[in-house]
Design a protein around this ligand. Structure first.
Ligand code: NAD
Length: 259
């Protein structure tokens, strides 16, 4: 399918690895020029070189912490006017409700709610002026069904989701389409780190922890960054103009809900 976005320009945050990289690759495949960001320069440059070699698009890289004000300013400066924004950053650590204090919540809110809001605030006015824009926020299945040990994530991402629900409807008349993608378990470094937490807590091997988590997914496997990226690219496409303020669950059926 031609997504109709060749020649557009996208900022994809936290995209040297994992889900962000899946999104960057799928957009590049659709002919979108990229501004890629991640914290570590080495992995970022390697990812950018790989994408340049495989797709006929330009790739600008900015190694910076997107959650810090200085890092975000650097990324926005390099990005300039973009048509497409994919927000992403690392997720908060797991724990127990009684482990978390004000500063832990502030950290989670900064990373997973206020950073995507700051990026949308900075970039959507230009999209509105040009009459076309796409925003995809990478959130989590934990917004639809809480994951108890990820209370910081549940809280921060639900806040972002509430903001998007209203804002998406305010910018839609100007051709700007904002949606959230809710990943369930995907085979990325984050999944390996959560497998490690399960293995440690239960005194089992990493393989057993993974098998245990796969058994909870009707598709009986973890998702891939590539299939996640393709869904993101579709939401950024010309075909997605009537999908406004939605939360799309990509979880292999793990969330047991009718809607
Ligand atoms: P990952 O750990 O595999 O990817 C990390 C990428 O994000 C790297 O490129 C890293 O440099 C970059 N990054 C992290 N923090 C950053 C920051 N502050 N500034 C700039 N770059 C940053 O993670 P992932 O599995 O791809 O997950 C992406 C998001 O989706 C996370 O918020 C995660 O919590 C959430 N999520 C993931 C899963 C999953 O199963 N993988 C499930 C639900 C939610």
């Amino acid at each position: 399918m031609d997504l109709g976005i060749a020649g557009k320009r996208a900022l994809v945050c936290a995209s040297s690895k994992g889900l962000g990289r899946g999104c960057a690759e799928a957009l590049a495949e659709a002919g979108v020029d990229l501004v890629m960001n991640a914290r570590g320069a080495e992995a970022l440059e390697a990812a950018a070189a790989d994408i340049r070699a495989r797709f006929d698009v330009s790739v600008t890289t900015v190694a910076a912490d997107i959650v810090s004000e200085a890092g975000r300013a650097e990324v926005l400066e390099a990005a300039g006017a973009v048509d497409i924004l994919v927000t992403n950053a690392g997720g908060p650590p797991p724990g127990l409700w009684s482990d978390w204090y004000r500063e832990d919540f502030i950290g989670a809110l900064d990373a997973n709610m206020l950073t995507p809001i700051a990026l949308m605030s900075a970039l959507m006015p230009g999209m509105i002026d040009r009459g076309w824009g796409r925003v995809v926020n990478i959130t989590s299945q934990s917004v639809k069904a809480p994951i108890p040990q990820l209370g910081l994530s549940n809280a921060a991402r639900t806040g972002l989701t509430g903001y998007v629900a209203g804002t998406a409807r305010q910018v839609a008349p100007h051709g700007v389409v904002v949606n959230n993608l809710q990943p369930g378990i995907h085979a990325t470094d984050r999944a390996v780190s959560l497998d490690g937490g399960v293995a440690q807590a239960q005194g089992i091997s990493m393989e057993d922890a993974k098998a245990q988590r796969e058994a909870t997914i009707p598709a009986r496997r973890y998702g891939t960054a590539a299939e996640f990226g393709q869904t993101c690219a579709f939401l950024c496409s010309q075909h997605a103009g009537f999908i406004i303020g939605q939360n799309i669950l990509l979880d292999g059926g793990a969330t047991n809900a009718t809607m």
